[in-house]
Every structure is written in C-alpha cells, then in structure tokens.
Design a binder for this molecule. Structure first.
Ligand code: HEC
Length: 205
C-alpha cells in the first residue's frame, strides 16, 4: 500500500501546528505591544536606547555579562524576585520592545539587572564595581573587568572622570585610572536599565 500521501499530510500538519504555536499565536499576542505613555508627564516607556547605550549593550553581550545576570523579574505566587528588590512588578513584553534580541539570560550567578539603573543610579559606583567588584562589594565573586579601564600618567590636571581609588587600589604616584569608551558605554547601558514604570491594566506579579 502506498503511504506516501499520509506521510506528507502528517509532515504538513506537524509543521503547520508548530508554526501556529510558535509564530502565529505569539505574534497575535505580542505583535502589537505598544510603549506605555505616562498620563501625567506624557513620556513614553521604555524610551529608545541612545547610540552610546546601544554600544554599551554590545559590550554587555561581548563580555558575557548575560552568562551570570538575567534581565527579567519573574512573577507568580511562589517567586521571590520582587521581595529580592529586583523590581516593583513582574517583567512585561513591553519592557523589551527596543531589545533585539532581548537579553533575558538563563543563569543567576549574580542579581537580576533589568532595573539596575533604578537600584544603583550612581555612575561612579558602576565604574568602581566593574574595575574590581571587591572595592564596592567585599567578598564578591564577580570577575573584575579592569581591562575596560586605562592607567595613565596624570597630565597637567587630573582627569575629571578618574576613578577615586584609595589604599591598596590606588595607582602608583602620578598615575590615574580612567574608563575607556567601552566602559563608559557599558555603564550608560546599565543606567538605562530601568523598567520600573507602571503598566496600567496588568498584574504586578
Ligand atoms: C561569573 C559571573 C559574573 C559575570 C560574568 C558578571 N557578573 Fe556581575 N555580578 C556577579 C555576582 C556574583 C554579583 C553579586 C556580587 C557583587 O555585587 O559584586 C554581581 C553583581 C553585579 C552588579 C550589582 C548588582 C546589584 O544588584 O547590586 C552589577 C551592576 C553587575 N554585576 C554587572 C555586571 C556586568 C556589566 C557584567 C559584564 C561586564 C557582569 N556583571 C559580569 C557575577 C557576575
């Protein structure tokens, strides 16, 4: 008996079902997600990234930050992400509309970073932490990213964005440590990670 038509119909149904489930349904559900407009200020959230923040996002990807850090506050009754202080509400598809691809991450060796710009808005804190996490967070097991900084001889005047390194961390006399463009972009990106705006009509968790 010739079973070829049955085989083809079977194959067709299998692929069509996968397409409906993986492409059509998600598209219908998420395809028209729009930025949220604040009724008081008229600002729209999330705002698009600047060129510099996008460059920082590339550094984030290249340096493998996402192997240790997620960018998603999970909801649900049995989840403690909100209690951990990672965000005021669970993440929503709108939070990622400017992310191609979204850097959700899979492991959480370190804390979630989707709201790190709100949690720690001090630029210099991030530079010191990246230069060596032990400076700001003693006992941290995050690797240092000192190679994103440059040690240079102090010119006529100290650079305004030299890192305030003291004690054992201080560079030799007459030298200063300054962020490279990559470090600057990376910190700009981290500070842009703030998805704490309210999304009307959605549950917080
Ligand atoms: C090997 C795993 C690992 C990698 C890779 C890593 N981190 Fe971390 N990170 C951690 C751990 C663990 C902590 C918690 C301790 C601390 O604050 O240093 C942390 C903390 C942080 C914090 C502070 C979070 C908070 O809530 O206080 C920031 C910001 C951060 N990391 C950014 C980065 C960036 C940017 C990169 C990539 C350049 C990176 N991390 C790479 C493990 C990692």
């Amino acid at each position: 008996m010739n079973r070829l038509p049955t085989l083809f119909i079977g194959l067709f149904v299998t692929f069509a079902a996968a397409w409906v489930g993986l492409v059509l349904f998600p598209y219908r559900e998420l395809g028209d997600v729009q930025p949220v407009t604040d009724p008081f200020t008229g600002e729209s959230h999330p705002r698009p990234y600047t060129e510099n923040e996008l460059a920082g996002r590339d550094v984030y990807r290249a340096e493998g930050c996402l192997y240790c850090h997620s960018q998603q506050v999970r909801g649900g009754r049995y989840n403690a992400d909100i209690e951990r202080g990672w965000g005021p509400r669970r993440s929503h598809p709108v939070d990622y509309i400017h992310d191609r691809p979204a850097l959700l991450g899979t492991a959480r060796i370190g804390p979630d970073l989707i709201n790190i710009g709100a949690r720690e808005p001090r630029e210099m804190w991030h530079h010191l932490h990246l230069y060596n996490p032990a400076i700001t967070s003693p006992g941290s097991n995050m690797p240092p990213f000192g190679y994103l900084y440059r040690t240079q001889r102090i010119g006529d005047e100290p650079s305004p964005d030299a890192l305030p390194l003291e004690g054992a961390w201080a560079p030799p006399e007459g030298y200063e440590v300054v962020p490279t463009d990559r470090a600057r972009a990376l910190v700009a990106y981290l500070l842009s990670l703030d998805r704490t705006y309210n999304i009307p009509g959605t549950p917080d968790r």
